[in-house]
Design a protein around this ligand. Structure first.
Ligand code: FNR
Length: 388
Protein backbone atom coordinates (compact mmCIF):
# COMPACT_ATOMS: atom_id res chain seq x y z
CA UNK A 1 0.00 0.00 0.00
CA UNK A 2 1.26 3.48 -0.86
CA UNK A 3 1.93 5.91 2.01
CA UNK A 4 -0.76 8.23 0.69
CA UNK A 5 -3.34 5.47 1.24
CA UNK A 6 -2.28 4.75 4.82
CA UNK A 7 -4.69 6.38 7.24
CA UNK A 8 -4.38 4.54 10.54
CA UNK A 9 -1.66 3.08 12.77
CA UNK A 10 -2.76 -0.39 11.75
CA UNK A 11 -1.92 0.36 8.08
CA UNK A 12 1.65 1.29 9.06
CA UNK A 13 1.86 -1.71 11.35
CA UNK A 14 0.95 -4.05 8.49
CA UNK A 15 3.46 -2.39 6.18
CA UNK A 16 6.17 -2.73 8.85
CA UNK A 17 5.28 -6.39 9.32
CA UNK A 18 5.75 -7.01 5.59
CA UNK A 19 9.13 -5.26 5.48
CA UNK A 20 10.71 -6.81 8.58
CA UNK A 21 11.85 -10.31 9.49
CA UNK A 22 9.53 -11.69 12.13
CA UNK A 23 12.16 -11.48 14.88
CA UNK A 24 12.32 -7.68 14.52
CA UNK A 25 8.61 -7.09 13.97
CA UNK A 26 7.83 -9.07 17.11
CA UNK A 27 10.52 -7.22 19.05
CA UNK A 28 8.74 -3.94 18.29
CA UNK A 29 5.17 -5.19 18.46
CA UNK A 30 5.41 -7.45 21.49
CA UNK A 31 5.28 -6.91 25.21
CA UNK A 32 6.24 -8.64 28.44
CA UNK A 33 4.89 -11.97 29.72
CA UNK A 34 1.19 -12.49 28.83
CA UNK A 35 1.04 -9.07 27.13
CA UNK A 36 -2.00 -8.14 29.24
CA UNK A 37 -0.77 -4.62 29.95
CA UNK A 38 0.22 -4.19 26.30
CA UNK A 39 -3.38 -4.93 25.26
CA UNK A 40 -4.89 -2.85 28.09
CA UNK A 41 -2.87 0.21 27.01
CA UNK A 42 -4.87 0.35 23.80
CA UNK A 43 -8.19 -1.07 25.03
CA UNK A 44 -8.53 1.17 28.10
CA UNK A 45 -8.82 4.32 26.00
CA UNK A 46 -12.31 2.90 25.35
CA UNK A 47 -13.21 3.50 29.02
CA UNK A 48 -13.22 7.23 28.33
CA UNK A 49 -15.79 8.66 25.96
CA UNK A 50 -15.59 12.10 24.39
CA UNK A 51 -18.25 14.58 25.48
CA UNK A 52 -18.97 16.95 22.59
CA UNK A 53 -20.47 20.44 22.73
CA UNK A 54 -22.21 21.85 19.67
CA UNK A 55 -23.04 25.46 18.74
CA UNK A 56 -19.44 26.55 19.34
CA UNK A 57 -17.36 28.64 16.96
CA UNK A 58 -14.54 26.38 15.82
CA UNK A 59 -13.84 28.11 12.50
CA UNK A 60 -10.25 28.93 13.52
CA UNK A 61 -8.40 26.16 15.32
CA UNK A 62 -4.98 25.93 16.96
CA UNK A 63 -3.22 22.70 17.74
CA UNK A 64 -0.02 24.16 19.22
CA UNK A 65 0.74 23.27 22.82
CA UNK A 66 3.05 24.17 25.70
CA UNK A 67 5.29 21.45 27.07
CA UNK A 68 8.93 20.91 27.96
CA UNK A 69 9.32 24.66 28.38
CA UNK A 70 8.37 25.55 24.79
CA UNK A 71 5.49 26.02 22.40
CA UNK A 72 5.27 23.14 19.91
CA UNK A 73 3.13 22.68 16.82
CA UNK A 74 1.28 19.66 18.25
CA UNK A 75 0.88 18.13 21.73
CA UNK A 76 3.12 15.25 20.59
CA UNK A 77 6.74 14.18 20.66
CA UNK A 78 8.68 11.13 19.52
CA UNK A 79 9.53 8.93 22.49
CA UNK A 80 12.83 7.08 22.93
CA UNK A 81 13.01 3.81 21.00
CA UNK A 82 16.21 1.77 21.05
CA UNK A 83 17.58 -0.14 18.05
CA UNK A 84 15.44 1.83 15.59
CA UNK A 85 18.32 1.93 13.10
CA UNK A 86 18.30 -1.90 12.98
CA UNK A 87 14.80 -1.89 11.53
CA UNK A 88 15.53 0.48 8.67
CA UNK A 89 18.82 2.17 7.78
CA UNK A 90 18.89 5.78 8.92
CA UNK A 91 15.51 5.49 10.67
CA UNK A 92 16.64 7.44 13.74
CA UNK A 93 17.78 10.52 11.83
CA UNK A 94 14.78 10.19 9.50
CA UNK A 95 12.40 10.22 12.49
CA UNK A 96 14.10 13.23 14.07
CA UNK A 97 13.91 15.10 10.75
CA UNK A 98 10.22 14.30 10.36
CA UNK A 99 9.53 15.54 13.92
CA UNK A 100 11.40 18.74 13.27
CA UNK A 101 9.52 19.13 9.98
CA UNK A 102 6.19 19.32 11.79
CA UNK A 103 7.58 21.26 14.77
CA UNK A 104 7.58 18.72 17.59
CA UNK A 105 10.46 17.47 19.81
CA UNK A 106 12.05 14.04 19.75
CA UNK A 107 13.88 12.02 22.40
CA UNK A 108 17.00 9.98 21.64
CA UNK A 109 17.25 6.53 23.27
CA UNK A 110 20.32 5.33 25.19
CA UNK A 111 20.24 2.34 22.82
CA UNK A 112 20.37 4.48 19.66
CA UNK A 113 22.76 3.70 16.85
CA UNK A 114 23.19 7.25 15.59
CA UNK A 115 25.67 9.41 17.52
CA UNK A 116 24.14 12.12 19.71
CA UNK A 117 26.44 14.57 17.90
CA UNK A 118 24.48 13.81 14.72
CA UNK A 119 21.02 13.10 16.11
CA UNK A 120 20.42 15.75 18.77
CA UNK A 121 21.12 18.76 16.51
CA UNK A 122 18.43 17.39 14.16
CA UNK A 123 15.85 17.81 16.92
CA UNK A 124 15.66 21.58 16.61
CA UNK A 125 14.26 23.01 19.82
CA UNK A 126 13.25 20.66 22.61
CA UNK A 127 15.84 17.95 21.89
CA UNK A 128 15.81 15.32 24.61
CA UNK A 129 17.93 12.35 25.64
CA UNK A 130 16.71 9.25 27.47
CA UNK A 131 19.13 7.98 30.10
CA UNK A 132 19.49 4.70 31.93
CA UNK A 133 21.55 5.39 35.03
CA UNK A 134 24.48 2.96 34.98
CA UNK A 135 26.22 1.18 37.83
CA UNK A 136 29.31 3.16 36.85
CA UNK A 137 28.41 6.72 37.83
CA UNK A 138 31.52 8.19 36.20
CA UNK A 139 30.42 6.70 32.90
CA UNK A 140 26.91 8.05 33.51
CA UNK A 141 28.40 11.49 34.10
CA UNK A 142 30.40 11.23 30.89
CA UNK A 143 27.14 10.52 29.01
CA UNK A 144 25.53 13.57 30.63
CA UNK A 145 28.45 15.78 29.60
CA UNK A 146 28.41 14.37 26.08
CA UNK A 147 24.70 14.91 25.47
CA UNK A 148 24.73 18.35 27.12
CA UNK A 149 27.47 19.34 24.66
CA UNK A 150 25.19 18.10 21.85
CA UNK A 151 22.44 20.49 22.94
CA UNK A 152 20.06 18.17 24.82
CA UNK A 153 17.63 20.38 26.73
CA UNK A 154 15.72 17.70 28.61
CA UNK A 155 16.86 14.49 30.21
CA UNK A 156 14.35 11.66 30.44
CA UNK A 157 15.55 9.16 33.04
CA UNK A 158 13.79 5.82 32.61
CA UNK A 159 13.10 4.14 35.94
CA UNK A 160 10.94 1.12 35.06
CA UNK A 161 13.83 -1.00 33.82
CA UNK A 162 15.78 -2.11 36.92
CA UNK A 163 15.70 -5.53 35.20
CA UNK A 164 14.44 -6.36 31.70
CA UNK A 165 10.90 -7.64 31.21
CA UNK A 166 10.61 -11.19 29.95
CA UNK A 167 9.38 -10.96 26.36
CA UNK A 168 8.24 -14.40 25.31
CA UNK A 169 7.99 -13.66 21.60
CA UNK A 170 11.67 -12.67 21.61
CA UNK A 171 12.72 -15.86 23.38
CA UNK A 172 10.66 -18.04 21.03
CA UNK A 173 12.05 -16.23 17.99
CA UNK A 174 15.65 -16.65 19.20
CA UNK A 175 16.50 -12.97 19.68
CA UNK A 176 19.25 -13.95 22.11
CA UNK A 177 21.03 -15.96 19.41
CA UNK A 178 20.58 -13.34 16.71
CA UNK A 179 24.33 -13.10 16.21
CA UNK A 180 24.41 -16.86 15.36
CA UNK A 181 21.31 -17.23 13.17
CA UNK A 182 20.06 -20.73 12.34
CA UNK A 183 18.59 -21.81 8.98
CA UNK A 184 15.04 -20.64 9.86
CA UNK A 185 16.21 -17.17 10.81
CA UNK A 186 18.40 -16.92 7.72
CA UNK A 187 15.44 -17.92 5.54
CA UNK A 188 13.36 -15.22 7.23
CA UNK A 189 16.08 -12.62 6.56
CA UNK A 190 16.27 -13.67 2.88
CA UNK A 191 12.49 -13.42 2.60
CA UNK A 192 12.74 -9.70 3.47
CA UNK A 193 15.18 -8.39 0.84
CA UNK A 194 14.45 -4.66 1.33
CA UNK A 195 15.40 -4.88 4.98
CA UNK A 196 18.37 -7.14 4.22
CA UNK A 197 19.79 -4.83 1.53
CA UNK A 198 19.49 -1.95 3.99
CA UNK A 199 21.40 -3.81 6.69
CA UNK A 200 24.13 -4.95 4.31
CA UNK A 201 24.55 -1.30 3.32
CA UNK A 202 24.98 -0.03 6.91
CA UNK A 203 26.95 -3.01 8.25
CA UNK A 204 28.58 -3.00 10.79
CA UNK A 205 26.02 -1.37 13.08
CA UNK A 206 27.31 -0.01 16.39
CA UNK A 207 25.70 1.54 19.44
CA UNK A 208 26.39 5.26 19.76
CA UNK A 209 27.08 5.32 23.51
CA UNK A 210 29.46 2.35 23.39
CA UNK A 211 31.87 4.09 21.02
CA UNK A 212 34.34 4.74 23.86
CA UNK A 213 33.73 1.52 25.81
CA UNK A 214 36.23 -1.11 24.63
CA UNK A 215 34.90 -3.81 26.98
CA UNK A 216 31.40 -3.54 25.43
CA UNK A 217 32.63 -5.50 22.43
CA UNK A 218 32.11 -4.53 18.83
CA UNK A 219 28.83 -4.80 17.03
CA UNK A 220 25.43 -3.53 18.13
CA UNK A 221 24.13 -6.74 19.69
CA UNK A 222 27.10 -7.22 22.00
CA UNK A 223 27.10 -3.54 22.92
CA UNK A 224 23.35 -3.49 23.63
CA UNK A 225 23.67 -6.58 25.85
CA UNK A 226 26.55 -4.88 27.65
CA UNK A 227 24.56 -1.68 28.21
CA UNK A 228 21.53 -3.60 29.46
CA UNK A 229 23.79 -5.30 32.01
CA UNK A 230 25.14 -1.94 33.14
CA UNK A 231 21.73 -0.46 34.11
CA UNK A 232 21.88 0.10 37.86
CA UNK A 233 19.17 -1.88 39.70
CA UNK A 234 20.09 -0.07 42.94
CA UNK A 235 19.07 3.32 41.49
CA UNK A 236 16.77 4.81 44.12
CA UNK A 237 15.68 8.14 45.62
CA UNK A 238 19.26 8.99 46.55
CA UNK A 239 20.26 8.23 42.98
CA UNK A 240 17.58 10.54 41.63
CA UNK A 241 18.70 13.31 43.99
CA UNK A 242 22.27 12.79 42.72
CA UNK A 243 21.09 12.97 39.10
CA UNK A 244 19.16 16.16 39.88
CA UNK A 245 22.31 17.74 41.30
CA UNK A 246 24.34 16.62 38.28
CA UNK A 247 21.99 17.67 35.43
CA UNK A 248 21.23 21.37 35.02
CA UNK A 249 18.59 21.03 32.32
CA UNK A 250 15.00 19.84 32.57
CA UNK A 251 14.70 16.47 34.31
CA UNK A 252 11.77 14.19 33.48
CA UNK A 253 11.26 10.79 35.13
CA UNK A 254 9.86 8.23 32.70
CA UNK A 255 7.94 5.18 33.87
CA UNK A 256 5.60 6.42 36.61
CA UNK A 257 2.25 4.71 37.29
CA UNK A 258 1.17 5.86 40.76
CA UNK A 259 0.37 9.18 42.43
CA UNK A 260 2.77 8.35 45.26
CA UNK A 261 5.73 7.83 42.92
CA UNK A 262 4.83 10.92 40.91
CA UNK A 263 4.90 12.99 44.11
CA UNK A 264 8.23 11.48 45.20
CA UNK A 265 9.82 12.43 41.89
CA UNK A 266 8.55 16.00 42.11
CA UNK A 267 9.69 16.29 45.74
CA UNK A 268 13.17 15.17 44.65
CA UNK A 269 13.33 17.99 42.13
CA UNK A 270 12.12 16.43 38.88
CA UNK A 271 10.47 18.93 36.56
CA UNK A 272 8.03 16.37 35.31
CA UNK A 273 7.15 12.74 34.74
CA UNK A 274 6.09 10.46 31.94
CA UNK A 275 3.16 8.30 32.96
CA UNK A 276 4.27 5.13 31.22
CA UNK A 277 4.54 1.37 31.58
CA UNK A 278 7.17 1.20 28.83
CA UNK A 279 4.54 0.22 26.29
CA UNK A 280 3.71 -2.98 28.21
CA UNK A 281 7.26 -4.24 27.68
CA UNK A 282 8.34 -4.36 31.32
CA UNK A 283 6.03 -5.37 34.21
CA UNK A 284 3.01 -7.17 32.81
CA UNK A 285 -0.14 -6.89 34.94
CA UNK A 286 0.29 -3.24 35.91
CA UNK A 287 -2.52 -0.88 35.05
CA UNK A 288 -2.82 0.57 31.60
CA UNK A 289 -1.07 3.89 31.11
CA UNK A 290 -4.32 5.76 30.53
CA UNK A 291 -5.90 4.43 33.77
CA UNK A 292 -2.77 5.51 35.68
CA UNK A 293 -2.91 8.93 34.01
CA UNK A 294 -6.48 9.47 35.19
CA UNK A 295 -5.35 9.15 38.83
CA UNK A 296 -2.08 11.02 38.51
CA UNK A 297 -3.62 13.84 36.46
CA UNK A 298 -6.34 14.37 39.06
CA UNK A 299 -3.80 14.52 41.90
CA UNK A 300 -0.95 16.44 40.30
CA UNK A 301 -2.19 18.61 37.43
CA UNK A 302 -0.56 22.02 37.73
CA UNK A 303 2.15 20.85 40.15
CA UNK A 304 4.45 19.27 37.61
CA UNK A 305 4.62 18.56 33.93
CA UNK A 306 2.77 15.34 33.15
CA UNK A 307 3.69 13.65 29.89
CA UNK A 308 2.09 10.43 28.78
CA UNK A 309 2.75 7.38 26.63
CA UNK A 310 1.34 3.92 26.00
CA UNK A 311 -1.15 2.79 23.41
CA UNK A 312 -1.50 6.11 21.59
CA UNK A 313 -2.61 5.16 18.08
CA UNK A 314 -5.18 7.80 17.16
CA UNK A 315 -5.76 11.52 17.53
CA UNK A 316 -8.72 10.73 19.78
CA UNK A 317 -6.33 8.98 22.20
CA UNK A 318 -4.23 12.14 22.36
CA UNK A 319 -7.32 14.26 23.07
CA UNK A 320 -8.34 11.90 25.90
CA UNK A 321 -4.86 11.99 27.43
CA UNK A 322 -4.79 15.79 27.37
CA UNK A 323 -8.25 15.95 28.99
CA UNK A 324 -6.94 13.63 31.71
CA UNK A 325 -4.10 16.04 32.54
CA UNK A 326 -1.21 15.31 30.17
CA UNK A 327 0.51 18.25 28.52
CA UNK A 328 1.62 16.07 25.58
CA UNK A 329 1.89 12.44 24.44
CA UNK A 330 5.04 10.57 23.50
CA UNK A 331 4.62 8.31 20.50
CA UNK A 332 6.20 4.86 20.53
CA UNK A 333 5.15 2.09 18.17
CA UNK A 334 2.87 4.44 16.21
CA UNK A 335 5.85 6.30 14.74
CA UNK A 336 8.18 3.29 14.68
CA UNK A 337 5.85 1.50 12.25
CA UNK A 338 5.84 4.62 10.08
CA UNK A 339 9.65 4.84 10.19
CA UNK A 340 9.99 1.17 9.18
CA UNK A 341 7.37 1.47 6.43
CA UNK A 342 8.60 4.68 4.85
CA UNK A 343 11.53 6.36 6.65
CA UNK A 344 11.15 10.12 7.03
CA UNK A 345 8.10 10.22 4.75
CA UNK A 346 6.54 7.40 6.76
CA UNK A 347 6.92 9.24 10.09
CA UNK A 348 5.74 12.47 8.45
CA UNK A 349 2.63 10.65 7.21
CA UNK A 350 1.93 9.22 10.68
CA UNK A 351 2.24 12.70 12.17
CA UNK A 352 0.04 14.25 9.48
CA UNK A 353 -2.59 11.58 10.13
CA UNK A 354 -2.53 12.24 13.87
CA UNK A 355 -2.65 15.99 13.28
CA UNK A 356 -5.76 15.62 11.09
CA UNK A 357 -7.44 13.41 13.69
CA UNK A 358 -6.65 15.74 16.59
CA UNK A 359 -7.93 18.70 14.57
CA UNK A 360 -11.14 16.92 13.58
CA UNK A 361 -11.73 15.63 17.13
CA UNK A 362 -11.26 19.06 18.71
CA UNK A 363 -13.55 20.71 16.17
CA UNK A 364 -16.33 18.16 16.58
CA UNK A 365 -16.01 18.40 20.37
CA UNK A 366 -16.45 22.17 20.16
CA UNK A 367 -12.91 23.21 21.08
CA UNK A 368 -11.01 25.79 19.05
CA UNK A 369 -7.62 24.93 20.56
CA UNK A 370 -5.58 22.46 22.55
CA UNK A 371 -5.44 25.07 25.32
CA UNK A 372 -9.28 25.14 25.51
CA UNK A 373 -9.38 21.36 25.70
CA UNK A 374 -6.81 21.30 28.50
CA UNK A 375 -8.73 23.98 30.42
CA UNK A 376 -11.91 21.86 30.17
CA UNK A 377 -9.97 18.84 31.51
CA UNK A 378 -12.09 15.87 32.51
CA UNK A 379 -15.29 17.83 31.75
CA UNK A 380 -14.50 16.90 28.16
CA UNK A 381 -14.85 13.20 28.99
CA UNK A 382 -17.34 10.71 30.24
CA UNK A 383 -15.97 7.73 32.15
CA UNK A 384 -17.63 4.41 31.52
CA UNK A 385 -17.31 1.55 33.98
CA UNK A 386 -15.52 -1.54 32.75
CA UNK A 387 -14.17 -1.80 29.29
CA UNK A 388 -15.95 -0.38 26.27
C1 FNR B 1 10.75 1.25 23.56
N1 FNR B 1 10.68 2.07 24.70
C2 FNR B 1 11.86 2.56 25.24
N2 FNR B 1 11.82 3.38 26.34
C3 FNR B 1 12.94 3.90 26.86
O1 FNR B 1 12.88 4.65 27.84
N3 FNR B 1 14.16 3.58 26.31
C4 FNR B 1 14.29 2.77 25.23
O2 FNR B 1 15.40 2.53 24.76
C5 FNR B 1 13.11 2.21 24.69
N4 FNR B 1 13.16 1.34 23.63
C6 FNR B 1 12.00 0.87 23.04
C7 FNR B 1 12.07 0.04 21.92
C8 FNR B 1 10.90 -0.37 21.29
C9 FNR B 1 10.99 -1.23 20.07
C10 FNR B 1 9.65 0.04 21.80
C11 FNR B 1 8.35 -0.36 21.11
C12 FNR B 1 9.57 0.84 22.92
C13 FNR B 1 9.38 2.47 25.27
C14 FNR B 1 8.85 3.72 24.58
O3 FNR B 1 9.64 4.85 24.85
C15 FNR B 1 7.42 4.04 25.03
O4 FNR B 1 7.37 4.11 26.44
C16 FNR B 1 6.38 3.00 24.55
O5 FNR B 1 6.71 2.54 23.26
C17 FNR B 1 4.99 3.62 24.53
O6 FNR B 1 4.02 2.68 24.18
P1 FNR B 1 3.41 2.56 22.70
O7 FNR B 1 3.06 3.93 22.22
O8 FNR B 1 4.48 1.94 21.87
O9 FNR B 1 2.23 1.68 22.89
Amino acid sequence: MRLSRMVAAEDFRRAARRRLPRIFFDYIDGGASAEATLAANVADFGRYRLRPQVLRDVAVRRLDADFLGGRHALPLMLGPVGSLGLFRAGAEAASFRAARGVGIPACMSSFAITDPETLLPLAGSGGAFQLYVLKDRERTEAILDRIAACGAESLFVTVDTSVSGIRERDIRNGLRVLSRPGPRMIADFLAHPLWLADMVRVHPVRMALARDWPEAGCGYLAQAAFLAGQIDPSFDERGLAWLRSRWNGRLIVKGILTVKDARRCVDLGADGIVVSNHGGRQLDGVSSSVAALAEIGAALAGRAEILFDGGVRRGGDVVKALALGASACLLGRAYVYGAVAGGEAGVATVLATLRAEIDMTLALMGFASVDELRAAGTNALEVTTGVA
